[in-house]
Design a protein around this ligand. Sequence first.
Ligand code: COA
Length: 404
Amino acid sequence: MSEQELNGEHLEKLPIHKGLVNVVVDETTICSVDGIKATLYYRGYPIKELMEKSTFEEVAFLLLFGYLPRLFELESFKKELVRERDIPDRILMLLKSFPRNTTRIELLRTAISALSLYDPDDYDYSKQANLRKGIRIIAKMPTILAFSHRIQSNLPIVEAEKEGKLSHAGNFYYMVTERKPTPEIESAFDKLLICQAEHDLNASTFAARVTVSTLSDIYSGIVSAIGALRGPLHGGANERVILYVLNEIKTKDNALPWVKKKLENKEKIIGFGHRVYKGWDPRALILREYARKFYEMRKNGLLKDEIISQPGEQYNEEVFPIIEELAEFMIKTKNIYPNVDLYSACLLYELGVPPPLYTPLFAVSRCVGWITHAIEQLENNKLLRPRLLYKGELDKKYIEINKR
Ligand code: COA
């Protein structure tokens, strides 16, 4: 397109893609999403197979380096993640200094921004340095989140497990609860992290790519991404889902009257709909089965461990049935399907995770995708800078301040 076509009356003739719907801005080899076939691949591997056979650490390696690691590569990658679990004392002091009742996602965003100041590679923008910084961010995010949560809950912090006996997911659970997870719970956390690790050019990944496309640093990209993720139209949706189920719907009998009223008022039902998937989101289908499994285990008294739930909070056994009722209604009457956040919220609830951790936990997994995309963007960079069509007046008469 010539310079002329991007200016003046030529700009007016160009179609506007509001919300950048169906706009393809580049090529990628990281992730493939097909909203019609309901498929999702990371580096060419179907998500279902990765969730069945892989671990979060292996998937993180796959995304970052582009291939499935050999055993020795995976072992050394895991060791590096364990070595990098600690955060600088100054970051801990910072977390302690923040006001109480602050959302965990804001704490995470602010701490990641500060973390760049302690990164030995801060001013090295090479690909190797970006990978080192990326691995540090992946390793430290669960620590920052767990510490933030313990501090905000007036509990003593639990240091990261440093012998490498606990996986990335298991160590997070341990740092939040001070208890080692059962293999089943560790695995459920691990699967959740895998399925949220990457998803093409979603809003937060786009934010990360826009930021690094200016040749800014990778930490700034991650901070931009966290900021974009927290909105309820994106990753903030999972927390909203559990809050409306627990505080507004409360019982299965209320589910249909609640959703009908919302729709009558032309409100969006958070946890439903997707820009790309127009039928089932494959991740929602998988997480739904995990949520069902833990719901049934709790119902049958098999989930002895109370997991993370806040003291004094009562488990509502109607959460899974409420969500199923909403899903059936939305599909049948509106042809709008559940998205990943509906069932991640449901699974996290059955696992006993406090709602303030839902959205930041999404960031803990998605940071792998953000870092991978930032590196891909920089490998063949073009500044991401679209246009807006100006619709205001031109050549207005300037009136001096004392005459307005
Ligand atoms: N509840 C009710 N109606 C919905 C809906 C929802 N969750 N999602 C989409 N729709 C309807 C819209 O009202 C619109 O109807 P209209 O054409 O009659 O106006 C139509 O479906 C298209 O929706 P639109 O918002 O234009 O699609 P989008 O691609 O821009 O939006 C989302 C995608 C995700 C932003 C949207 O589905 C949404 O807001 N969902 C709720 C938030 C959420 O769960 N986000 C997490 C996404 S993983």
